[in-house]
Design a protein around this ligand. Sequence first.
Ligand code: NAD
Length: 346
Amino acid sequence: MAVKIALAGVGNCASVFVQGLKFYSGTERKGLWHPNVAGTRPKDLQVVAAFDVDSRKVGLELSKAIFAPPNVARRYLAVPKGKVTVEAGISKGDAAPHLKNVRLEKTGSEEVTKLLEASGADVLVNMISSGSVATSEEYARAALRAGCAFINCTPSLVLRNNKLVADFQKAKLPLVGDDLMSQFGGTIFHKGLLGLMVKRGIKVSKSYQLDVGGGSETLNTIDEDIKMAKREVKTTAVASEVPYKFETIAGTTDFVDYMGNDRTSYFWFEGSTFMESGISVDIYLRSSDGANAGNVLLDVIRATYRCKQIRKIGTVGEICAYGFKSPPKPMHYDEAYTKFAALYVR
Ligand SMILES: NC(=O)c1ccc[n+]([C@@H]2O[C@H](COP(=O)([O-])OP(=O)(O)OC[C@H]3O[C@@H](n4cnc5c(N)ncnc54)[C@H](O)[C@@H]3O)[C@@H](O)[C@H]2O)c1
């Protein structure tokens, strides 16, 4: 049995994911968080279709496209040539700032539906650039018509579109999102430390998380509008860990091209304890974006596929809360993980 996956966006995240599928296609388990999710192992996953709009990637076989510019993700291993050619994707005129001077290869939403049907894809994973809200929604519609489940890894708030959510429910298909939460990225680290402070009775007053990174996604995120939208998602996600109001800001602040696909997140926390004596923490986290997404992507794809099989439909609460920064119903992380693990991790 293969879980057939279609990818929208062949960027850095997709690059490491595709390399990961090759790495874990045998008995290798090093670095794998959950070998068995919902009865499925990484070797059961297969990419059957891929879409992009960047003319430097469209028309290339996937094993080549994942290393085509402007991708900067590390080449962990050689991926053998397969049978998937990157097809032209959808664009609703909201292309990312870093693509403004690039020739775009576009096609219609109906054509994407036909290609999804022909590929037999079970799940469409949306990994296009942030900021393309209308386009992300159109990919969801294309998936819906093709009978595919939809996973929105981007910060575009697709699951807030009530009509789309209702249409997926009617079609008895799951859709999950929004904005993938990395395994050990800035958001979960920020939430974890805040949670610990709250558990230890610290009155948190302020915190920030300032990210600097390379890669085209970071370049996009310094565009003022996208930066503010993404900051809103991240800040809301982080604030949900503290049961009272406090001041916090979380988001990307700069692009440094020679950092490649790596990211440094700088954190600062301020609070008070006994006799109002002060507590403060200054700390940073270094990680690699694409790799940091890999385990969570593997998990949410396998769990979503299972939901599709058993007709657990609509926005599946435990998958959204475990794997995404902006789920429709926020949950404390411990609760989200416990629910997800109880239902899917074997
Ligand atoms: N750890 C992570 O990497 C992580 C975590 C959370 C969220 N995300 C989200 O996942 C998405 C992908 O991240 P990334 O680092 O791979 O970004 P990236 O910039 O490296 O890749 C995005 C890819 O999407 C393509 N694209 C843009 N518009 C498209 C369209 N209309 N149709 C098809 N393809 C299109 C681009 O050409 C590019 O290949 C982003 O939205 C990001 O916010 C990533």
